[in-house]
Ligand binder design. Structure first.
Ligand SMILES: [Zn+2]
Length: 509
């Protein structure tokens, strides 16, 4: 079953139902994203049989309602929707690689991490991070911009990772009484009924009932305390500065008093009680505190996020001022930020000299090299850009953002055959990476290879769980007329798989 199924009369309950239902999937006070609406439609499909057949089997154990596998599938579906529909989602290999590395450092020391984690950035000035079921953790760019050390970001990530490893979302459901779960199940059915109707009525269940359900879904203080405690241990074991959390929170609170809009989003979802702060301080006293140093990447990433804000000229001016008044925590990062902003302003020569300044002061860093290459490329120096990426890849062959940068370069300079070769090499090792298939489709299209282009696009959709468009693309591939017998049979086989999965989803419903 796809996400665009039939239409019935039971639409009016769907809007709130969708929001309320997905709420537990995200962290407590997440703003309501567009994708939530889409997300829950698909998430609802994954409800266990007991849910879709009416009253759920409950019992005390949350695992009967919300198994880890089920949690993961909800998270995966929400993630697909974020990728497809949420413009704030940042699909940038370098930024994703950074936040994934930081998150993985915390996860690697967790004795309770039994699943894969995926970390990603959202372009959102609100200082916040959120955990979804199944180990998907989103980090707003505002969080990094507001933090002064990597440990501060890590302290918030550790807390979110802890919500996941302690399975707070599932345990929240377990905690709810029978009535609430029945109401939610009823809403799931309503959502299923209204599924796919683009005209779904916005009029919805009364705010009051949605609100009261929401209240029961919120994390309890007990869970928040547990996330603080477990998060603290992760922070300490992973070698971050454990003082970062209270220091960061104190700064947020001050900021909250300054701004009329009130406390930053993270403090609204995580009110700082006196008890919470004293818990943190007690833990710090007991910990074996040692001074930690930020890796250079934190400062580069933060400078880049700053350089991407506002109009290019404004960003240039902001970094020029920082450097003039020496208001920076890392001088190389300030020069890198200026270079990034200058590149945006198309002042390629000046950007180049800033990059060279950075290279003189810090050890080789691929983040600097990708900017150097892009700057050369945009200035029209394709050969030099290629050489920069080749040299960097030779030093750090496992750093995949370099390969993505090379694909970018090849595509931008019209070298699509070479781009295809590089992408196919990547696909061998990462067959489920959506971005690779969509880039392949683009290069195949540029080369006039219609069958292969449709096939790659079908794969892109398929991996996103969008089965209907995947099927359409495969049918277009069959009609393309530029494939041999073997290519056609591969597409036939894939088409059968897609149809089988569609049938399975229909059965599940
Ligand atoms: Zn929390």
């Amino acid at each position: 079953m796809s996400c665009d199924g039939g239409v019935t009369e039971k639409e009016n309950a769907s809007h709130s139902a969708k929001q309320t239902l997905l709420r537990p999937a995200y962290h407590r006070c997440m703003k309501t994203f567009m994708f939530l609406r889409v997300g829950v439609l698909c998430a609802a499909l994954l409800m266990p049989r007991a849910w879709s057949q009416g009253l759920p089997e409950l019992g005390d154990s949350s695992s009967t309602v919300f198994s880890p596998l089920f949690e993961r599938r909800i998270g995966e579906q929400a993630m697909r929707d974020i990728r497809m529909y949420e413009p704030a989602f940042i699909d940038d290999p370098e930024l994703t690689a950074y936040i994934s590395r930081l998150g993985a450092r915390l996860v690697s020391v967790s004795p309770d991490a039994r699943q894969d984690f995926e970390f990603f950035f959202m372009r959102d000035p609100n200082i916040n991070a959120f955990a979804m079921p199944g180990g998907f953790v989103g980090v707003n760019t505002g969080l990094v911009l507001a933090s002064q050390t990597e440990s501060e970001v890590a302290s918030v990530l550790g807390h979110e990772v802890a919500h996941v490893t302690q399975r707070h979302i599932a345990r929240n459901f377990g905690r709810m009484d029978q009535m609430s779960v029945v109401s939610i199940a009823a809403m799931v059915v309503a959502v299923l009924a209204a599924k796919g109707n683009s005209q779904v009525s916005q009029a919805a269940m009364t705010a009051a009932s949605a609100g009261s359900l929401q209240a029961q879904i919120n994390y309890t203080r007990e869970f928040e305390r547990e996330a603080d405690r477990v998060g603290f241990n992760l922070l300490e074991s992973a070698g971050f500065d454990v003082n970062a959390m209270p220091v960061f929170f104190e700064r947020l609170q001050k900021a909250g008093r300054v701004y009329e809009t009130g406390a930053p989003a993270y403090l609204r979802t995580h009110p700082l009680t006196i008890e919470r702060i004293s818990d943190m301080q007690n833990r710090i006293k007991e910990s074996h505190y040692k001074q930690t140093q930020d890796g250079p990447d934190f400062h580069f990433v933060k400078a880049r996020l700053r350089a991407e804000l506002g109009r290019p000229q404004e960003a240039v001016a902001a970094f020029e001022e920082q450097l003039r008044e020496r208001r920076f925590t890392s001088e190389p990062a300030a020069h890198y930020g200026l270079a990034f902003a200058l590149n945006r302003a198309k002042q390629f020569a000046r950007a180049d000299s800033e990059i060279n300044l950075v290279r003189k002061t810090v050890a080789f860093n691929p983040i600097v090299e990708t900017l150097a290459a892009r700057n050369k490329l945009e200035a029209g120096a394709v050969a030099e850009a290629t050489e920069i990426l080749r040299a960097a890849s030779a030093r750090l062959p496992a750093y995949r953002p370099l390969q993505y940068a090379m694909v970018d370069l090849l595509q931008a300079s019209g070298q699509h055959a070479a781009a295809v070769n590089l992408l196919l090499e990547q696909v061998k090792n990462h067959p489920r990476e959506i971005k690779l298939h969509s880039l392949l489709s683009k290069s195949y299209a540029a080369l006039g290879k219609r069958l292969l282009s449709h096939q790659s696009l079908a794969e892109t959709y398929y991996l996103q769980g969008a089965l209907v468009p995947a099927q359409e693309q495969l049918q277009l591939a069959l009609k393309a007329g530029d494939g041999d017998f073997y290519a056609m049979s591969r597409i036939d086989a894939r088409l059968r798989e897609v149809r089988q999965r569609m049938a399975e989803e229909k059965r599940q419903r």
